[in-house]
Design a protein around this ligand. Sequence first.
Ligand code: SF4
Length: 399
Amino acid sequence: MSYSEDRATWFEGQGHWQHVPASDWQDWAWQLKSRITTVEQLEQYLTLTADEKAGCAFANQKLALAITPYFFNLIDRNDPDCPIRKQLIPRAGEMVVSEGEMDDSLNEDGHSPVPGLVHRYPDRVLFLVTDRCAAYCRYCTRSRLVSNAQDYNFHPEHERALRYIDSHPEVRDVLLSGGDPLLLSDKKLEHLLSRLRAIPHVEFIRIGSRIPVFLPQRITPALTEIFKKYGPIWMSIHVNHPKECTAELKAACERLAFAGVPLGNQSVLLRGVNDDAEVMKALVHRLLRMRVRPYYLYQMDLITGGSHFKVDVRNGLEIIRALRGHTTGYAVPQYVIDAPGGGGKVPVNPDYVESITDEAVTFRNYEGDRFVYPLKAAPKPDPAAPSPLAPGVQSIVVH
Ligand code: SF4
């Protein structure tokens, strides 16, 4: 895959929906009501491949098909390999169950003391407040429950979850997720945030949402007022490809940032979507320009029917190596694997350190040059004496 982009351009406009009044287009309820949810609707705009047709026929048993008109415009209808298309339009690969795949690969259900609340780490909880999203990502970790295509019948119990958090003083951090929390009405969201803010030991509230990406119209002034009122509310958005960084998303991120919401991004490493250093570099640069700090790059979880998206971890490490030192440090996300079975997130990093002894650490920089950092104070070398450096070592760095 080779990738180049016009860095001066941000996609904008109504695309296929020119005939729709701007007031409808800007209305998040209209976007939701007008989602593409059937094969017939898809075929009005593009020619599905056999692979996609098979995937669509299976989708109602795995994860519903839904795409907002706004996000659908980003699909290149002439390119079956379009990275946006791959994320949203089902493929036959979803029917293939591979070794090691699980419906609940992170064992969230096993760590749920209350329906909809996952308490895996001692000081923080994941609060799954809904099973609905604006659009459905074909690689979703929570495919088992979001959209209810698998008859999971997820029923989050908000009051019980709030009582659990209230009665566990060790919980200082609450992450609202789902499904997508920003699909809740302003009233419900305000209720949840106000209740959480009233719990003295809850110090940190964050929201994981792909709504700014799928439905930037949802980031209304009324919503940002709620974030101001109960802030600081941190938010992780979810962008996988630079094409998703549109003028509308940029404006939505600005509305959030100006309301005091610090923004991070979580990407999932996906085959044929962003498993390429140039794509990832373009993405992280766009994110910074939108006031979003690239936060995590996830190795995809081992979800049932996900192997067609799976990327070799060595490729992921090479992407990080291509970023680190080659671009702004703020632009480099932490690459992580969420340990299968519920072991938590584990960072995986390219290996820069060659050796550590009591005397020194030896490492290579982003250009492959080798350096030594001495760990013990030593007398200043006599310039007349023979060099103490090992063969091939260019210098000693001392701060
Ligand atoms: S928006 Fe998030 S929860 Fe919803 S389908 Fe996509 S990855 Fe899953």
